[in-house]
Design a protein around this ligand. Structure first.
Ligand SMILES: [Zn+2]
Length: 148
């Protein structure tokens, strides 16, 4: 855990299902209960058909790097101590229009410190994992796969 890291509210009815499954190490994606269109982040209404019916689908959490960034100062104080690190936007293999941000991690201990832009490239495979950062919050991180 990063001392002082701002954490999301995990008890909002809109995305409570996502955070609940995240604590169990599982990815779920909100989908429209009528037309089936997936959406992320969770929203109260389908942007495709305007339905308010919601379902959730399990997702294997495999993806590829759609974009990445190396955050540069000034950073929030909580993040200054862990630089350099890489923030990745992963496009899910199951639906590339679903893109989820998270820190890139590598190695058996899912360390994110020390990674630089030379360690990642667009299209590189990823697998989502969830790091427990508080008793009620596990954040998504992206484990880097081999470069293509
Ligand atoms: Zn819909």
């Amino acid at each position: 855990m990063i001392e002082g890291m701002p954490l999301p509210a995990t008890d909002d009815p809109l995305d409570r299902e996502f955070w609940s499954k995240a604590r169990d190490g599982k990815l779920v994606v909100q989908a429209c209960g009528d037309c089936g269109t997936s959406r992320f982040p969770p929203r109260p209404m389908c942007p495709h058909c305007q339905s308010e019916n919601v379902t959730w689908r399990d997702d294997p959490g495999t993806a590829t790097i759609w974009s990445f960034a190396t955050p540069r100062p000034p950073l929030l104080p909580a993040f200054e101590a862990i630089t350099p690190y890489i923030t990745v936007i992963g496009a899910l293999d199951s639906d590339p229009m679903i893109r989820i941000a998270g820190m890139a991690v590598t190695g058996a201990d899912d360390a994110f410190t020390g990674l630089t832009a030379e360690d990642v490239e667009i299209g590189q495979p990823l697998t989502i994992h969830f790091q427990t950062v508080s008793p009620d919050c596990a954040l998504p991180v992206w484990r880097l796969g081999p470069r293509i």
